[in-house]
Write a protein of this length. Sequence first.
Length: 429
Amino acid sequence: MSRIHVIGAGMAGLACALRAALAGAPVALYEAAGHAGGRCRSFRDKSIGRVVDNGSHLLLGAYRSTLAFLDDIGARERITEIAPAAFPFVDLKTGERWIVRPEGGRLPLWLLDARRRIPGTRLTDYLGVLSLARAGAADTVAARVASRRVLFERFWQPLTRAALNTDATEASARLLWNVVAETFMKGEAACRPMLFLHGLSAALVDPAIRTLQRSGGEVRFLARLRGIEWRADRVTGLQFAEGLMRIGTDDVVVLAVPPDAAAELWPAVPVPSESRAIVNVHFRVDEPVELPWRSPFVGLIGADSEWIFAREGVLSVTISAADRFIETPSHELAGHLWGEVAHVLGRTTGRLPPWRIIKEKRATFAQTPAEATRRPAAATTVPNLFLAGDWTDTGLPATIEGAIRSGFAAASLALDRAARALALRRTAG
């Protein structure tokens, strides 16, 4: 029977391997690191003595693939849903505080109530969503909606940076519209925030590995793919440190690695070439603290900090499109951001608590109109080779949901290829 070889155990590779194994296919998953999850994982940090995520993530109710993945691994209860949907914000410059509360179904009738709109905005400002829906392939978010300045600064810009990890002045309007169309345009339930209050690994990674192994999948860590052997029109071998591993005539390979690694292994593949950074800062708090409205997260306007998440004795700050902070000394950045956190908490800055900064220089590809055109499809010109990753052409930004959807798509293609190969053999036999 055809074997499916999945290279890379990030969320895309995990989703692909798991779906294929649950369908009954022999699966081998190879990961260069000593752990799975890629950029989506947890670890215990010695400097603050807490388990932290390498980046804070927030799901939305519309993320059907991620929810299906959680169901596959029996981990739906490991996320916390905020229902009804609520997105709290604090403006550090003006002191204003508000909550965005989408309500009802597809028609956003809640916007008719001035008390429910974002402060300083008019009903007509929200018509910018129609302009976003008509965006062309070369349009940026700012080009479509920046004329509504207050709404741009308090909604469109924060949403764009959070969803696309790219500033609205250069981010793809079409990509953002795809997010809006799946969430805010489908009603309250599609917008519900879902958080990993016990960590990414506990919810997404560890249960996935266990489920994959129980389903017969083989998992190999510290197995870096160094090269691919080709013959005629198919992949025939995988080169690892210990030597060349031949793959069967009917076997399938899925490359679920970052774009730069994919291009190194297979130079013919088109990949996005620019990236954007994300900075996360984790502060240990030994006394109970509460964010505004006792929410587990809050968005910040008029600050360098963009989101604060509260979880199990840790306050985590996230800054997207954070290239400007990559060279800032970590102690200086931690002190500055703690000042903003203290402001939100309504306290004096005081002594800087134990902290850990994680700077992901290549957190995602730059989700600009130009780079979006470089995203390849899951299917390739090589019949037994497929691609997966949040950087492939999923129609969504580079998010957990995009990664998992790409993994599911690659698994479907790989299973179909394997089934056709089996049918041909039976016919020939």
